[in-house]
Design a protein around this ligand. Structure first.
Ligand SMILES: [Zn+2]
Ligand SMILES: [Zn+2]
Length: 188
């Protein structure tokens, strides 16, 4: 999950010029892998499950409360995936016109420029509480350096496919690139 998010998604979508997905390659890691949903939801449920367990003898409707929390977490997860996808790949205009969406999109755009800020995609309030909120970029928009794509390709399925093609091991429909372009850039 870390690899997909930081080393692929953040490299392929970095600054203003690459924030919107325009190439098929950038779509990789735009959403979490399918198995991330049960894991992330499960982790979020642990404290609530413990709380429910500690209250199980008290006659409170803990089981119903657990279900409610579970549904909220699930809803949040899909809101995150859906909104995040739309931010990078506009496709539902009536949602994208909303002021709320524009606000969280700008919030997330800044997260891509400043990876240590604006962690929360759906609920910027969490960043206010964490002290990681930024509202504007004081610097002029930067251009994504070509090296970013090389970093992503070292970790992405797309990159692996290119390497396989270059070595002639598989035949896929991906356009092969020159070997020198596929080779890992020197470590800095
Ligand atoms: Zn993103
Ligand atoms: Zn991120």
């Amino acid at each position: 999950m870390f690899t997909a998010h930081t080393l692929v998604h953040h490299q392929l979508c970095k600054h203003e010029d690459t924030f919107h997905v325009t190439e098929e390659e950038q779509e990789e890691a735009l959403t979490f892998q399918w198995w991330a949903a049960p894991i992330l939801i499960g982790i979020n449920m642990i404290p609530w499950a413990l709380l429910a367990w500690s209250q199980s003898g008290s006659g409170l409707p803990w089981f119903a409360a657990m279900w409610t929390v579970g549904v909220v977490v699930l809803f949040y997860y899909f809101a995150y995936e859906g909104f995040h996808y739309l931010m990078h790949k506009p496709s539902i205009p009536w949602i994208e016109r909303r002021g709320f969406f524009k606000f969280i999109k700008n919030h997330h755009r800044l997260h891509h420029v400043y990876m240590g800020k604006n962690f929360n995609v759906v609920c910027p309030l969490a960043d206010v509480l964490l002290g990681t909120m930024v509202l504007a970029d004081p610097l002029p928009a930067k251009v994504t350096e070509p090296n970013a794509r090389q970093v992503a390709r070292r970790h992405s399925r797309w990159g692996r496919r290119l390497r396989d093609d270059a070595e002639g091991r598989t035949s896929t429909t991906v356009e092969p690139l020159g070997v020198e372009e596929v080779a890992a850039p020197p470590e800095r």
